[in-house]
Design a protein around this ligand. Structure first.
Ligand SMILES: N[C@@H](CCC(=O)N[C@@H](CS)C(=O)NCC(=O)O)C(=O)O
Length: 218
């Protein structure tokens, strides 16, 4: 079967790109990256051809395009059912899908106030109350999952779909110096230590410093 292509944008700022890329890596699908600078008007036409929604990530595989991160996750799970993108038990799968959906559609205060920026560090950053409510809900989800699945990842020993969905939140917590309890700190360390995360972050660091308008939700 032909190699898949994952269209992504900036590795430093692209939180959805990171999720899509981690999902591809975790699934083990054979894929190549197509990196587009989505802020550059001259490449937007190209992006429109590659991704019907104009958004990234977009996965192209065997004649189909999948242009939404949750749809990519479900598609990869169908293609690679043994990769462990979803937990094995029905109950855990239901919880995993629920928290992935919650991440996909929610936490807009956190996403706009603490945009992903892997190269930046803001020690002592003041998180405003609206974003703090999102931090509290996310850490509540993590604690519950870590207690039930016994860690080190949200649903047990290996990272799954939910860990990919929350990975850019982990990096935001580090960038903005968000104070966490021991369980959540340990979880963040486990995510940051994943070889795939190390690979993505190393590539992000080689990107040129970006335009200021990208320092907003992206
Ligand atoms: N719901 C979409 C969100 C994707 C999204 O917002 N992607 C951002 C970049 S991370 C984007 O492509 N923005 C449009 C642009 O920059 O032109 C998904 O799940 O994939």
């Amino acid at each position: 079967m032909a190699k898949a292509t994952l269209t992504i944008a900036s590795k430093n700022y692209g939180s959805w790109s990171l999720r899509g890329w981690l999902l591809c890596k975790m699934s083990g699908i054979d894929f190549e990256e197509a990196l587009v600078a989505s802020d550059d008007p001259s490449t937007r036409a190209e992006l429109l051809l590659l991704s019907p929604s104009f958004l990234v990530p977009c996965l192209t595989h065997d004649g189909v395009k999948i242009w939404d991160t949750l749809a990519i996750a479900e598609y990869l799970n169908e293609q690679k059912p043994d990769a462990g993108l979803l937990p094995k038990s029905r109950d855990a799968r239901a919880r995993c899908r629920s928290i992935c959906g919650e991440m996909h559609s929610g936490f807009s205060n956190l996403r706009s106030a603490l945009p992903m920026n892997l190269k930046a560090r803001y020690p002592g950053f003041k998180v405003w109350a609206g974003a703090q409510a999102d931090v509290d809900r996310i850490t509540g989800i993590w604690r519950e999952c870590l207690e039930q699945g016994k860690g080190p990842f949200l649903f047990g020993r290996l990272p799954c779909m939910a860990d990919a969905m929350f990975a850019p939140v982990v990096t935001r917590f580090m960038t903005y110096d968000v104070q966490l309890d021991e369980a959540c700190t340990t979880y963040c360390k486990a995510i940051m230590a994943l070889p795939q995360m190390q690979e993505w972050i190393a590539a992000a660091k080689t990107e040129p410093d970006e335009v200021e308008e990208l320092d907003v939700e992206f």
